[in-house]
Design a protein around this ligand. Structure first.
Ligand code: SF4
Length: 374
């Protein structure tokens, strides 16, 4: 494990501190038929308080990326290259303890060790797509939240003294009664009706939407520095979806929480994210600020994705645009540009032979396409 202390994390021109830096990440699944490159050379970063959206079709590597950050890639998958740097600040420093920034390369951390258990769920929380498989059937909603809160959340004990306007605080674990109170508050915040009663409900006694909201309450109850939300509102109706997105925005504002938002819902991502990473077959094909990506997309795959978004008021009988062709077999990827068999801008003899580089196509805007190479 690489662990170093630094004075500062990398910052952007607007002075914001980087929280997580993914550098040339590679994740592979070695299966009987060959090797699947689920994530192949992904690079991006997330600043404190920022939302970065990851979009792309199913199987493009979005969820595997999230699991790699938390060291939860299921076997036979494994990280085979790159780094995931987590710039960690102590959330509850003890009096006298140095408050240095730690830089932790998460790819080198023991996936079953104490360090990742502190980070996972407490500092970087995740909302999964499938609430039923993530909730334990014999635990109530309240028990799930209590467990997360008791493990990861501390409360101020008392003021030990004021030194030059700097207050030194000591912390203690929450009591059972406080944990239950926090659980009720969190269920209320995510819009569960009668939270004082629902806190004692088991997963099978809740509707699909309520289970998803319990998952969200668990993730947010520890006040994480970063939330990974993997299709968090897919099972919810639009009014509850709007409510959940509002809660995330509020936490982001009040707690400076970063969000990595994984979705194929481009409408949701447009309203949530500041920057967007587009993935196709494990590769990052475009990255840009949200406005640039929606109003000035460069990569033909991004353009096709945007054209396939249903719009209100199409003429009667008008067909929805869709991306031509099929997603290729991951064990038998096309040569050259992996998108070439489906690309409307395909250049024969070029796109099927040359692997495109990662080209800067504007300010904070990159695309992997031969249209932007000499
Ligand atoms: Fe299309 Fe060629 Fe660009 Fe690939 S490199 S996206 S095939 S134009």
């Amino acid at each position: 494990m690489t662990l170093t202390a630094q004075e500062t994390a990398p910052t952007t021109t607007d002075g914001r501190e980087v929280l997580l830096e993914v550098q040339d990440l590679k994740v592979e699944f070695n299966i009987r038929g060959g090797v699947i490159k689920a994530v192949d050379g992904l690079t991006f970063d997330i600043k404190r308080g920022q939302t970065v959206g990851i979009i792309g079709e199913s199987g493009c590597g979005k969820s595997v990326t999230a699991r790699a950050i938390l060291r939860m890639v299921p076997k036979p998958g494994r990280i085979t290259g790159g780094r995931i740097l987590y710039y960690r600040r102590p959330r509850h420093p003890k009096p006298g303890q140095p408050q240095d920034l730690q830089v932790i390369d998460l790819t080198t951390v023991d996936p079953d060790g104490e360090l990742i258990r502190q980070i996972r769920g407490g500092e970087i929380a995740m909302i999964f797509q499938e609430p039923m498989s993530s909730l334990t059937p014999v635990y109530t909603a309240g028990t799930h939240i209590n467990e997360a809160v008791s493990l990861h959340r501390l409360l101020p004990l008392k003021k030990l003294g004021d030194q030059m306007a700097e207050t030194i605080m000591a912390y203690r674990h929450v009591t059972r009664e406080e944990a239950r109170e926090i659980a009720v508050q969190m269920l209320r915040r995510v819009g569960i009706p009668k939270p004082e009663q629902r806190v004692d409900s088991y997963p099978h006694q809740l509707s699909g939407g309520q289970r998803q909201r319990v998952m969200i309450a668990i993730a947010l109850s520890t006040e994480p520095s970063m939330l990974i939300a993997d299709e968090p509102t897919t099972a919810l109706d639009v009014s509850i979806e709007a409510q959940i997105l509002d809660i995330m925005r509020e936490l982001q504002r009040t707690a400076n929480m970063a969000i990595m938002f994984i979705t194929h819902n481009l409408g949701v991502i447009a309203s949530m994210a500041e920057e967007i990473v587009v993935m196709y077959m494990g590769k990052q094909v475009e990255r840009a600020k949200v406005v640039d990506l929606f109003y000035n997309p460069k990569h033909p795959y991004t353009k096709a994705l945007l054209q396939s978004v249903p719009r209100l008021g199409p003429k009667t009988g008008q067909r929805l645009a869709s991306i031509e062709g099929m997603v290729p077999d991951p064990l038998n990827l096309p040569t050259g540009c992996v998108f070439h068999p489906r690309c409307p801008a395909f250049m024969p003899g070029k796109c099927d032979k040359i692997v495109p580089r990662w080209n800067q196509v504007g300010e904070n805007h990159w695309a992997r396409c031969l249209l932007y190479e000499e």
